[in-house]
Design a protein around this ligand. Structure first.
Ligand code: FMN
Length: 185
């Protein structure tokens, strides 16, 4: 049985290097693992308890919840915006955290990786994402980490899928995440 990993990308721009990282994960997923890139995060409204009504959840949010529910694990790709997590990714985590105690993240293994322009590759944002995921009920796979600095320069000419060091790092993260899933047991 194959392991299904849902990739959420915390950048909406077309040329996003984090999106490219996710594409590299899709392309280089080891045998028996399928990485699926979730589209449509820009269409998910800001979380609001008034619109999170059973049977009437906004379509994009319901789609996100269903995709996360069907996944064995989640892999989050986060750049850093002003020292922390981009709003689009935090919004997705918020939707996946509800209903409280029974959200789609509940008990799911989650790893966080990413790239940013700064010299630490966005570690503040990725650590914040791990914190939010933990509080939202997910199980963060702490050892599965990858923060790539200098995104704008490193990936100016080279797609991450063609960067051997990046692919090795991503492959290791995917293996660690996969090992944390019940499907791999
Ligand atoms: C609003 C904004 C805030 C940013 N803040 C940071 C930051 O705090 N640390 C950092 O390393 N890079 C920061 N950057 C640069 C991003 O890391 C860089 O543009 C990165 O490539 C964005 O990810 P993307 O390529 O996936 O869109 C910021 C960029 C934007 C647009």
């Amino acid at each position: 049985m194959s392991v299904r990993i849902l990739a959420l990308v915390g950048s909406l721009r077309a040329g996003s290097h984090n999106r490219q990282l996710a594409e590299a994960a899709v392309k280089h997923a080891p045998e028996g693992v399928e990485v699926v890139l979730q589209e449509g995060l820009a269409d998910v409204p800001f979380y609001n308890e008034d619109i999170d009504v059973e049977g009437n959840v906004p379509a994009a949010a319901a789609t996100l919840r269903a995709a996360a529910g069907q996944a064995d694990a989640l892999l989050l790709f986060s750049p850093e915006y002003n020292g922390t997590i981009p709003a689009v990714l935090k919004n997705a985590i918020d939707w996946l955290s509800r209903p409280h105690g029974a959200g789609a993240l509940s008990g799911k293994p989650v790893a966080v990786v990413g790239t940013a322009y700064g010299q630490y590759g966005g570690v503040w944002a990725q650590d914040e994402a791990r914190k939010a995921v933990t509080i939202a009920g997910g199980t963060v796979v702490e050892e599965a980490k990858l923060s790539i600095p200098g995104s704008v320069v490193r990936f100016a000419e080279t797609h991450p899928a063609d960067d051997t060091e990046v692919v090795e790092g991503l492959t290791k993260v995917i293996q660690q995440l996969t090992q944390a899933t019940p499907a791999a047991a």
